[in-house]
Design a protein around this ligand. Sequence first.
Ligand SMILES: C[S@@+](CC[C@H](N)C(=O)[O-])C[C@H]1O[C@@H](n2cnc3c(N)ncnc32)[C@H](O)[C@@H]1O
Length: 261
Amino acid sequence: MARMSGLQALVRRVARKWSGLKRKLFYPRDLHPGQITELLEHARQSGPSHLLHVIHLIETMHGHRRSAQAKQSIAADGAPLPWFTYPAIAYLNQIDLRDKTVFEFGAGQGSLYFARRAKHVVAVDNDSSWQKEIASQAPHNLQVMLRTEEKAHVQSLAETGQTWDIIVIDGRWRRRCADAALAALSHSGMIVLDNADWYPKTAQALRAADLLQIDFTGLGPVNYYQWTTSFFLRRAAQFNRLEPGHVIGGMNETRTDDSQH
Ligand SMILES: C[S@@+](CC[C@H](N)C(=O)[O-])C[C@H]1O[C@@H](n2cnc3c(N)ncnc32)[C@H](O)[C@@H]1O
């Protein structure tokens, strides 16, 4: 009986491993036959143009296809983008960052994006070849540090000896990075936690520090699944809006009845 349950436990462990691997390999990139039939039926009923337009919007206008092929978080024109969801990127795009300082746990295209838009950016990564890759493209206002060990990585923020307007948590050891971020965030700043849906305890710790959590869930560059990029604002957060910008795939018009009260 004991041997049976040992065997059962082993079978269960293998099944769990296989289902995790299967999810990684096939889901949600591959549609199952029922879903394909449903989409074809939708196309048959309403004509393929609506369906194709939705694909065009994501794959071409947002540049998703280009980013997936390059495995880099880039826009349709190849410009660097933070590896956040598209709604989170849209929110960032309408904030004036010119006088803002940004510290980023986890370097990447996001570091290059912030360097184009903000005053001063420091990013830290734990992977030496990736750190070199991003540092080789860094303009004068971006410094990319390498810290391979957990303790040094987390402490790199305090090492800067200053407070920051925006702190991005998008690398390894996120829960501990969140504690470091709370200690170094300016009184009017915000923390960005990417993949907040995967890190509920980290999000909880940031909320418990009286930051206001705003979630942006949706598709983003490279991946074929949706996720959540969360912004955690200080109650006294100060971020000025830019003029309303171009909405990707939007009507991009101002209604005439918008001019009077
Ligand atoms: C999730 S990425 C995000 C980086 C950055 N915050 C951004 O928005 O672009 C963070 C980690 O993924 C790894 N990484 C990201 N893109 C990569 C790529 N194209 N090739 C290899 N490693 C990559 C790096 O080691 C990095 O620490």
